[in-house]
Write a new protein. Sequence first.
Length: 316
Amino acid sequence: MSKIFVIHENSEWTAPLYKRFEELGLPYEDWNLTQGTVDLNEVPPEGVFYNRMSASSHTRGNRYAPELANAVLAWLEHYGRTVINGSGALNLEISKVRQYLELEKYGVKTPETIAAVGKKQLLEAVEKFEGRPFITKHNRAGKGLGVKLFRSKEGLRSYIESEDFEDPVDGITLIQEYIESPEPFITRCEFVGGEFMYAVMVDTSEGFELCPADACSVEDLFCPAGDSDGKQPKFQIINGFDDPILEKYKKMLRRNDIQIAGIEFIRDGRGNIYTYDINTNTNYNSNAEEVGRQFGMLGIAKYLGGLLDQSVISIK
């Protein structure tokens, strides 16, 4: 029987989606790629394959899950299976360098960034930001990995020579301009089926001092899948959000064959938008969705269910 196959490495993030599948009576199968094999000569099963592999898998002990997912996706695509967020999406998920270059290609402004390997090279790269605050972050990231704010070269030197320095899993550290926003929040735009679903405002007033550009990721406090215990909700859906940037996002997603994503941006004091993250393994905040009466996982389940119906018809 044709079904929906979910490719991932973290069961905590798939549970809300599976709940929606069950509510809609959709057949599905869990493909957890923390370990596994790929028989390249075996024909894949029929169905719709949804990739939710995460760039931060190594922080959960799943160092090679993205590499295994890449092999699985190549296998599925070779046999012509319907793959949602396939190889192109995964390549962007695990590289912020690729994300920024791809965004710029479609006229989307990103923070000034230099990629470096080696501590000496990091210190040399900082010269370009002389007199300006800057941040570090990991190229293959998630969860705010490697995010630190610095105001001088000496501050960076002290950090990289200390025991606190975090080696990126791919060896690439990014030096990036610090975008200062007059308001303590960033905006995350959610897309399902390549179409804009809603925007959510993320409060960054607590713990956001280190990096406005990664407010949604810095520590688990800012994970969209989490809950807020403060008086002010950390995640609030913005009713009627509209901006010309959405059309650029949609075009970029379409050209990269990405159907489901969360894209984050921040505005500076002049109102300029800087986009800094494409998350192809997007999650949603349940509290914000209850208030806003919009439900991301339900939208994904309906979208995948519609594709499954089409695949069954084509097989017949």
